[in-house]
Design a protein around this ligand. Structure first.
Ligand code: PHE
Length: 345
């Protein structure tokens, strides 16, 4: 801004120059902030156009009327234009007029596999390399597959271990991937070696530790002479490939209606290597899966003769492993799809 409205030498030419300058600044307004800057500079209480009208007093008497009316006209002109300006209607035309095709584009975010998918794939690949196949079953199951065929008749107290979402009296959201064992055994003859990944649902209170849905990988091995030693060897080999090649496992007795004997398997804490830390609650061990020898009743329900065949089964919680492996404190983060969380994996 070169014109100084307070200068005693102000002339009509100065007003023309001022008009041109204001005009060019007005037309380069691109957003609300520019508009506000313009308003303060020209139209505000101390703005140039207001000061100009006051400056009339300092003009020599003979040119005062002409200068005064021109200065006034200038102020009214810009006040009107400002009032009618396009940004008042919310559409800033200047914005599109200023589009610069030479500017670099917005960066394109590269996606990645969800952490649960990554863990599932790692577990799956280890079992594939041991000769297991992959099988799938439906998420809406019948009471028969989810419970009955798994040696859990109605009113069996073990049904309380899994709070179930019922859809009808007979249909439910599967509470575990074990019903896929039944479907696999019904559809193929031993030897069977298969893993069954999938989503499961439980009507549990939602908290940082539990959610109404989660993921499991079921495993099933049925053949002649499958023993508990095979179960132990397979899961030890898996743990050593997945966690650490020196990982130890601990087998504790447990109960599931569809396996006998039933066990729960803890792996040595991979963070502190067994010496005790906050991850393993200072026990040195992490609980990672349930397993056992397939109950003879379950084999019988699927037309597999328990006098000839035996088998083992196990179920791994994918969220549980992911929480441990990545040190995540809240299971709900897996389902919120917040990019700030997801892009860390
Ligand atoms: N289905 C069991 C659960 O969800 C886990 C399991 C699978 C246990 C296979 C034994 C054998 O808790």
């Amino acid at each position: 801004m070169t014109s100084d409205p307070k200068s005693p030498s102000l002339s009509l030419d100065d007003l023309d120059r001022l008009r041109n300058e204001a005009e060019s600044e007005f037309s380069s307004i691109k957003n609300d902030a520019d508009a506000e800057t313009f308003r303060i500079k020209y139209l505000g209480k101390k703005g140039i156009l207001r000061e100009l009208v006051k400056a009339v007093r300092d003009i020599p008497a003979e040119s005062r009327p002409a200068f005064g009316s021109k200065a006034n006209e200038l102020r009214v002109h810009f006040e009107t234009r400002f009032e009618e300006a396009p940004w008042k209607a919310g559409a800033i035309e200047a914005e599109s007029a200023s589009f610069d095709p030479g500017l670099p584009g917005f960066p394109i975010l590269q996606g990645s596999l969800h952490p649960l998918t990554q863990i599932r794939n790692q577990i799956r690949d280890i079992f594939l390399s041991m000769g297991f196949t992959v099988s799938y079953g439906p998420e809406i199951e019948t009471d028969y597959y989810n419970f009955e065929a798994l040696n859990t008749p109605k009113h069996h107290p073990a049904r309380d271990m899994q709070d179930t979402f019922y859809i009808t009296e007979n249909h439910l959201l599967r509470t575990h991937t074990s019903p896929v064992q039944i479907r696999v055994m019904e559809s193929m003859k031993p030897p069977i070696r298969s893993i069954m990944p999938g989503r499961v649902y439980r009507n549990e209170e939602i908290s940082s530790r539990s959610y109404c849905l989660f993921h499991q990988i079921e495993g099933l091995y049925v053949d002649e002479n499958v023993s508990f030693a095979d179960l132990k060897g397979t899961l030890l080999a898996f743990s050593r490939r997945f966690f650490d090649e020196k990982t130890k496992i601990k087998i504790r007795p447990s109960f599931f209606p569809f396996t006998e004997p039933s066990v729960e398997i803890d792996v040595e804490c991979f963070l502190c290597k067994g010496s005790g830390c906050s991850l393993c609650k200072h026990s040195g061990w992490l609980e990672v899966l349930g397993a056992g020898m397939v109950h003879p009743n379950v084999l019988r329900n699927c037309g597999v003769d328990p006098e000839i065949y035996s088998g083992f089964a196990f179920g791994i919680g994918i969220e549980r492993i992911a929480l441990l492996k990545y040190g995540i404190e809240d299971i709900r983060l897996f389902y919120e799809n917040d990019v700030r969380f997801l892009k860390q994996f």
